[in-house]
Each structure stands twice: as C-alpha cells, then as structure tokens.
Design a protein around this ligand. Structure first.
Ligand code: 0PR
Length: 384
C-alpha cells in the first residue's frame, strides 16, 4: 500500500483504465450475470453500509430482507417461506444441504444430484463431508429418475433437482422427484439459481398456461428448499442469492448463538452480509414486477429461438430444443471452435458431457449481435 494517500481523481483514472480491461457484456455469451438494473444500482448505493449480519442495527434493511424473502416465496408457491439473502447459488446450495445434514444427523450421509448439477455441489461434498452421488441423465439431459432411485440407500438424506441446468438450460422432472422424496422420506432441494427468474416468466406454451412439466417449486409438496439468484436473471447487483425453506425448522438447524450481537442467533453462513444486495433486489422486484420480468424473459427467448433457427440453416443442431435461454450447440471440436471465436472477440463456453458449445442468451445480447455472432460461428465452422 502506498504511504501517502492519493487524490480521488487519480484513483478514478486508474480504476477507469483497469475497468477498460474487463470484457464488455455485449461480447459475453457465457455468463449468467448481466448489467444490473439501474434501479437496483441506485438502491445498492443507498444501502451501501447496511450490514444484515447485525440486523438489530439496521431495522429497515432487515425489513427489506424479510420482504424480499416473502416476495420470492409467493413467486414460488408459498406465502410462508423462511430464508435469507445469500451471496449466490453456491452459498445457497451449501446451506440447504447443511440444514438437511444437520436435520438428519447420520454418520455417513449422502445426497443424490444429477450429473448436470453445478460444480457448487462438489464444494458441498468437500465442505460438508457429505457424499455427493451423481445420477445419470436421460436423452433429454434431464435427470434419469430410475438412476436416482437406484442410488437411494439408507444413508441418503436428500435429493437435488435442477430447475434450469447451468449447461443445458434443462428442467429436471421436479414433480417426479418430489413424489420420490416423499415416498423415500428424504429432502428435496431445488437448485433454481438460474431458472428461478426464467421459468415463472416463460411464454405460455399453450392456451392452458404453464405446462405441468415446468412445476418446480413449493407448490410440489416434496420440495423442502429452493435456491434462486436475483443476481442472475433477476437483474439485482452481485452478490444477491436467495435461499428459501418450506418451514422454519430446517433453517433453525443452522442456528448459532450470537450473544454479543443485537440478535441472539444467526442462521447464515456468512457473518457480515450486504444490506445493499437486499435493497437492490427489493427495488428491482418492485420496479419490474412480474410483467416487467416476463417481457425481458420473452425477449431473451425470442433471441434464443432466432439463434437456433439461424444455426440450423447451417446444419448446426442444439443438443435439446431450447427450454430456457441457454443453448448447447452440437459442434465438432467445440474447444477449438471456442478458441477461434475468442480470437474474434466472442466469449462462449463449453459443456462437460457431452462437449458442446454453450451460449447463454442474457438480456445484454440483442438480435443484432447474435446475428453477427452466428455469422462468425458459421465462418469458423467453414474455415476451421
Ligand atoms: N446453481 C446453478 C444452476 C448455477 O447455474 C450456478 C452458477 C450456481 C448454482 C452457482 O451460483 P453462484 O455462481 O452465484 O454461486 N452458474 C454460472 C456458472 O457457474 C455462474 C456464472 C456467472 C458463471 C457468470 C460465469 C459467469 O461469467 O456457470
């Protein structure tokens, strides 16, 4: 650290230079984050010093967090959700399984996650010392129910379904997992870190509304907890995750005494927590409302379908028809194609198994820049 303080202007100029090295989102087709909504940025700045780790000092911010949890709960089928704001899907997944582990208290507990689960479940295994068994996927890249059934044993404490897989944007059969969880008396955690702000707003597939296949939340009786991230498709600021439990008994399993704080106990993994995140989520929920979110999701889905239609003309197929705004394109040598695209300034990612070119069509991607992208993709495929 420099000994003498530097003036604000010089610092700002250094920061501007450093920021110019960051990739602008318009070229990023691999991220599940995007520009936060300006209303979220405004609220974030307003609550910048608020610490939800000691909520007695920040009664207004604590009220905001309760309201965010309530709004999330009603979006996911319960008027009585219990939970808190986290730093994102990783923390939510860790704490959900942490609660389940504490509730069951077995010597060698295991959980079952789909092969498509986010790598945060590898962290769950490491941090919580819970064995994470991976169930196979079916040909639609949803978790194969019989594989989950086969893996359940006396030490199984919970199963996980993904509502919006990171790599394929697929939605696991959560109703069937819910039935299974109830019949096997195990917990069901739904990882809707990404899909939580997409699935409720997908265009109706038919005049009967949301298809049964998209049931994924607390309306299903076996679902015990759910992760949904406002900092992804919710347009809140980073970091804003949401962790919800069906009832408070699960959350209570995470309590530790905090006698010298303004509250007697804490159920969160982190101590000091951003009140700014809570305010940002609150502000953007209020500002956009369900209709605002639906409009944005519909636009992303339109761009997604346009992209798929265009690449199909060049003989490139997606692994599955798009369910959400995540597409995995079946291209040979996808690693090579990825690096060729990077040379042209496009940042895409790849999936693990099967290896495909993965594109997340976030709101920062317009029809126009996706057209430019598909031209480049097809050119790269032609010229090798
Ligand atoms: N669960 C699912 C289904 C996810 O997709 C993700 C993140 C997580 C959990 C973990 O969430 P946090 O990263 O908030 O802890 N999915 C993206 C991924 O890992 C996150 C991401 C975002 C990656 C922006 C890259 C990026 O530029 O691919």
């Amino acid at each position: 650290m420099n000994r003498d303080g530097m003036d604000e202007k010089s610092i700002e100029s250094i920061l501007t230079d450093l920021k110019s090295k960051d990739t602008p989102y318009e070229r990023v087709l691999s991220s599940m984050c995007t520009y936060p909504h300006p209303v979220a940025v405004m609220a974030h700045a307003q609550f910048i010093e608020a610490n939800l780790g000691d909520p007695g000092l920040f009664a207004g911010t604590a009220e905001i967090e309760r309201e965010v949890v309530r709004m999330l709960g009603t979006m996911y089928g319960t008027s009585d959700a219990h939970g808190h704001i986290t730093t994102g899907g990783t923390e939510s997944n860790i704490q959900a399984i942490h609660a389940i582990r504490n509730a069951r208290n077995l010597r060698e507990p295991n959980i079952i996650v789909p092969e498509s689960a986010h790598f945060s479940f590898d962290k769950v295994a490491d941090v919580l010392k819970v064995t994470v068994q991976k169930a196979e996927l079916d040909s639609d890249l949803k978790v194969d129910l019989s594989s989950v059934e086969d893996l359940i044993n006396d030490n199984t404490i919970g199963i996980v379904g993904i509502a919006g897989t990171t790599e394929f944007g697929q939605i696991d059969p959560i109703r069937a997992l819910s039935d299974l969880a109830l019949s096997e008396n195990v917990f069901l955690h739904v990882d809707a870190a990404f899909g939580g702000f997409v699935i409720p707003f997908l265009p109706d597939r038919n005049k009967h509304g949301r298809g049964r296949e998209y049931e994924f939340d607390f309306t299903l009786p076996g679902v015990t907890s759910l992760a949904s991230d406002p900092h992804k498709m919710g347009f809140s600021t980073i970091p804003t995750g949401g962790l919800l439990f069906r009832n408070s008994s699960y959350l209570n399993r995470l309590s530790v005494d905090t006698p010298y704080l303004t509250v007697a106990s804490q159920q969160t993994l982190t101590g000091t927590r951003s009140g700014a995140s809570a305010a940002a989520a609150y502000a953007v929920f209020k500002h956009l409302g369900r209709d605002g979110y639906a409009q944005i999701v519909h636009r992303c889905m339109d761009v997604t379908h346009e992209l798929v239609a265009r690449v199909r003309k060049f003989g490139i197929e997606p692994l599955i028809d798009p369910v959400m705004n995540v597409v995995a394109l079946d291209v040979p040598d996808c690693k090579q194609v990825r690096s060729e695209l990077a040379k042209r300034g496009w940042i895409v990612s790849i999936t693990r198994k099967p290896c495909a070119l993965r594109i997340v069509i976030m709101p920062h991607l317009t029809s126009e820049n996706m057209r430019l992208f598909t031209d480049d993709l097809c050119d790269v495929m032609r010229t090798g």
